[in-house]
Design a binder for this molecule. Structure first.
Ligand SMILES: Cc1cc2nc3c(=O)[nH]c(=O)nc-3n(C[C@H](O)[C@H](O)[C@H](O)COP(=O)(O)OP(=O)(O)OC[C@H]3O[C@@H](n4cnc5c(N)ncnc54)[C@H](O)[C@@H]3O)c2cc1C
Length: 459
């Protein structure tokens, strides 16, 4: 290494993980045993390395893609994926699982398989904080030193626009979960749908840039389709905080009108103003709605761990990552990145977006490790299929990229505020489900199978 590079590394505090072993043991906490203060080494049980260490937080559509890309382009890197779940359950295609069109097996995947196939370490733990100075990610299983850190923790719900009453929030989460974060919430929703005897089933569409714009409309179609086939006297009432269907409007509104006229009541401009869960009534400014059952999807925000780490920006009321919108690097930090649904740019919060973006962010990290020039900015790709019926299967889709409007495209000169300057480009959609719906329905499975293979590799 030449002396100028050495100087730069020293100044910027970048060292490789192995040389942090000593500072790791300095990362200690105090524990009191029988009244006596004692220090405990909290180093995570991961072998030390002499290689540059890349720690990725979050094994979702973003983190998996970043991990795979870094190991592909910087094979010498020691890549560690930190994830709190034991297995991956896909949100995409989960609406079809709710109504028995795919097995749970199809949307469930094996983190260890991904780690073996792509040569990184899967570390099952919950991240709880960061020591930015010492370059340590703190987890429930101990501290992990990093040279590069990519945070892809996804979203959390924000119930505060509806209520700040914690008792009510707890009931909403437990009795009427949104099912937009995978796991138990989806299981509860499936059981609600399958045990529904009739009456009103309420779903909501939040305002703001919520996770997966089309998914609430797709879910309304599929639940209505299920009720229709069971010949239930039932109605899905879709209360939309927005003034119109937010995406694939032609396709969804024609499905609502032509397939589910008796089964879906779509209500735009229907921000919720109150709940009476005992009486099972939800209120909007215009009207009160009685319901037999429901899944209430509130607004979303960046995952809370970013705020805990002091890396979130309170913009648009969403506490998303405080990053340079072209390089994904945290403002004021070196080699710490935030990607996926936790990004602040107005891209669609979708799996395909996070996956394609993860390849770009992974290549930024790999090129830094390889001491190569930074890659040119690449727009993520949003490609999203939505089922509207099951027998026969019909679907619609949208494809879009994004363009950056600023004249000066040099990432060094782009400020956080410039996230506003992105707009859609090369957008196309297929919304005539009567004509192309069966081909698009097949594509849901081929698209998802290809993406699962991309993230997990061969069994
Ligand atoms: C019903 C539904 C349908 C959808 N349909 C589609 C679709 O058809 N097409 C499409 O492209 N997208 C779809 N999406 C959107 C897609 O699921 C998300 O955009 C995508 O999951 C975002 O990826 P991510 O990696 O940012 O977040 P996630 O996939 O949520 O991953 C974040 C990961 O971080 C982990 N994590 C968080 N905090 C911690 C912590 N402190 N410690 C350790 N681990 C942590 C979480 O456990 C999680 O595994 C859909 C979503 C839903 C809910």
């Amino acid at each position: 290494m030449d002396s100028s590079k050495r100087k730069f590394l020293a100044l910027s505090g970048i060292t490789i993980a192995s040389s942090l072993t000593t500072s790791l043991s300095a990362s200690e906490h105090t524990d009191t045993v029988k009244g006596k203060a004692e220090t405990k080494n909290t180093k995570a049980p991961i072998p030390d390395t002499k290689q540059p260490r890349v720690v990725i937080l979050g094994g979702g559509w973003s983190g998996l893609s970043v991990a795979k890309t870094v190991t592909a382009f910087a094979p010498k890197a020691d890549v560690i994926l930190v994830e709190k779940r034991h297995e991956f359950i896909s949100c995409p295609v989960s609406n079809l699982w709710l109504v028995d069109q795919v097995e749970l097996d199809y949307i469930t995947h094996d983190y260890l398989q991904a780690a073996r196939n792509y040569n990184y370490t899967f570390f099952n733990a919950t991240a709880i904080g960061i020591d930015k100075k010492k370059r340590i990610l703190k987890t429930s299983e101990g501290d992990i030193a990093f040279d590069y850190l990519v945070l892809s923790p996804g979203i959390d719900y924000d119930y505060s626009k509806w209520t700040t009453d914690t008792a009510l929030v707890t009931r909403l989460k437990q009795e009427y979960p949104a099912a937009f974060i995978p796991g138990s919430e989806h299981m509860t929703l499936k059981s609600k749908i399958h045990n529904f005897k009739g009456g009103n089933f309420i779903l909501t569409v939040p305002g703001g840039n919520y996770r997966c714009l089309p998914a609430p409309y797709e879910r309304a179609c599929l639940i209505a389709d299920y009720f229709k086939q069971k010949k239930l006297k039932a109605k899905v009432i879709l209360l939309d905080e927005n003034n119109a269907i937010t995406i694939k409007k032609k396709g969804f509104s024609s499905a609502f009108e032509e397939l589910y006229a008796d089964y879906i009541e779509y209500v735009p401009n229907a921000a919720i103003t109150g709940f009476d869960l005992d009486k099972k009534i939800v209120s909007t400014e215009m009207e009160d709605y009685e319901f037999e059952d429901a899944a209430f999807y509130p607004r979303v925000r960046g995952a809370k761990i970013l705020e805990t780490m002091g890396l979130a920006k309170d913009a648009k009321d969403m506490m998303e990552g405080h990053i340079n919108s072209l390089t994904y690097e945290v403002i004021g930090e070196k080699d710490i990145f935030i990607a996926g649904d936790a990004r602040p740019m107005g891209f669609s919060k979708s799996g395909n977006t996070s996956n394609t973006e993860g390849k770009y962010v992974g290549s930024i990290v790999a090129k830094r490790i390889n001491k190569e020039e930074a890659p040119a900015w690449e727009p993520p790709i949003t490609m999203c299929f939505s089922a509207v019926a099951t027998k026969p299967a019909k679907a619609i889709y949208i494809f879009t990229q994004y363009s950056f409007d600023k004249k000066d495209k040099d990432p060094k000169h782009v400020k956080f505020e410039d996230w506003k300057k992105f707009s859609f480009s090369n957008t196309m959609s297929s919304e005539n489900w009567k004509k192309d719906g069966d081909v698009d329905a097949d594509s849901i499975l081929s698209w998802s199978a290809a993406l699962y293979f991309d993230m997990f590799g061969a069994k």
